[in-house]
Design a protein around this ligand. Structure first.
Ligand code: KG4
Ligand code: ZN
Length: 377
């Protein structure tokens, strides 16, 4: 039985209002859903300024994100980070056309800091406010471009497109029809891909954040030494699964002789990282391609923190070429959590005339979003 949502929580639907006037100014984006405090200014998809106040060194000694510590640090860094992007771009709040903030899904304490900050700023600056979905923002980052490319032709995927969002909390495949229309085609039935990387890192005493460090170790390892499961073979229906992989890695580690010399143990660790990464990549490629093709989608976007993984980018690029799909990996700078993706999706939603009421915009934790989405089916 699933628990009922906390009282008052509903899946957000924005209020349609009059579209913004012609030539609106940049949109401020604020992201505080996990451990990064990030702000950015985006205008017409061009990233005018973007800053990430990383909390990685703070959480590193705990081996993972501590929610209360993350929330407290957002409180300390949110306004200075916003001020910094305004200074970087040489802009005043009066020149903005709106404020966008991640209001779901994420760690509730962390989200509340960003949402309350954005609500207060939108209120005092008298600017439209829009709450955005963190995972959708990851995907919409495909439309961002750096300022030096502002005038150049900038190819973008054609709607509707397939989008694989792979992060620490989510592995989701969408058919994206519009900024406010993401159709879920499939998701992980258990751990997210990034979570699997992070859990393997913990198992192997590899420092947080796990993903990039596992990728570095994997580059020096032999993926063929350990044979790990590839999710649920025979199921290409959009369902990903990574928890069996984690268990298999634990068993493989336990099988190593206790008296293995240190250098051989270190090599075994690298080999296990390589085998683990290969297994994750193979499953992501197989299930994603099968679903995109089944739906007749010709463009595939790859987004989210795990999209920074070189092996995954290469494997999906090859598979897309083989199957004649256009491949759009989000540039690495916008893969992990950032404010530009929030500003970018916020800008697109505001252009549709959508906005939220600063008096009532709520934050929704990961579990709440899942429960509400399941109840809506
Ligand atoms: O999107 P993101 O920054 O935050 C969430 O929304 O969760 O993703 C963070 C996740 C972490 O699990 C991290 O280990 C993983 O992305 N990650 C990677 C790489 N860079 C980040 N996983 C594999 N290879 C990478 N290079
Ligand atoms: Zn993220």
């Amino acid at each position: 039985m699933t628990a009922p949502p906390v009282s008052g929580a509903t899946l957000p639907s924005h209020t349609p209002e009059h579209p913004l006037r012609a030539d609106p100014g940049p949109v401020l984006g604020l992201e505080t859903s996990c451990d990064e405090t990030a702000a950015a200014l985006v205008h017409g998809g061009v990233v005018l300024a973007h800053r990430v106040a990383s909390q990685v060194p703070i959480h590193q000694r705990f081996g993972g994100v501590v929610p209360e510590v993350a929330a407290r640090n957002h409180l300390l860094t949110a306004l200075p980070t916003i001020q910094a992007v305004l200074d970087d771009a040489g802009l005043q709040p009066a020149q903005l056309s709106g404020v966008a903030v991640t209001n779901r899904p994420g760690l509730i304490g962390a989200l509340l800091v960003g949402v309350q900050t954005a609500k207060a700023l939108a209120w005092v600056w008298k600017k439209p406010l829009i709450g955005v979905d963190h995972i959708h923002a990851h995907v919409w980052a495909t439309f961002l471009r750096p300022p030096q490319e502002a005038g150049a032709p900038w190819p973008v995927p054609r709607l509707p497109f397939a989008a694989l969002a792979v992060s620490g909390g989510h592995t989701s495949l969408y058919a994206v029809h519009a900024p406010d229309r993401f159709e879920l085609l499939g998701r992980s039935l258990d751990d997210a891909a990034g979570e699997a990387f992070d859990k393997l890192a913990k198992l192997l005493d590899i420092p947080y954040p796990g993903g990039p460090n596992v990728e570095r170790a994997a580059a020096l390892g032999n993926p063929a030494r350990f044979r790990l499961p590839r999710g649920m073979l025979g199921r290409d229906d959009g369902a990903y699964s990574f928890s069996g992989l984690k268990t298999a890695a634990r068993l493989a580690l336990a099988d190593l002789p206790a008296d293995l010399p240190a250098d051989e143990r270190a090599q075994a660790t690298r080999d296990l990282c390589a085998a683990f990464q290969t297994a994750i990549v193979e499953q992501l490629v197989r299930v994603t391609l099968a679903n995109a093709q089944r739906r007749g989608l010709r463009d595939l976007v790859l987004a989210g923190g795990v999209a920074a993984n070189g092996a995954l980018r290469r494997a999906l690029a090859e598979a897309c070429q083989r199957h004649r799909l256009r491949f759009w990996p989000v540039p690495p700078a916008y893969c992990t959590d950032n404010g530009a993706m929030v500003a970018g999706l916020g800008e697109a939603l505001l252009h549709l005339g959508l906005r939220d009421d600063p008096r009532s915009l709520d934050a929704l934790a990961t579990g709440e979003v899942r429960r509400l989405a399941a109840a809506a089916l």
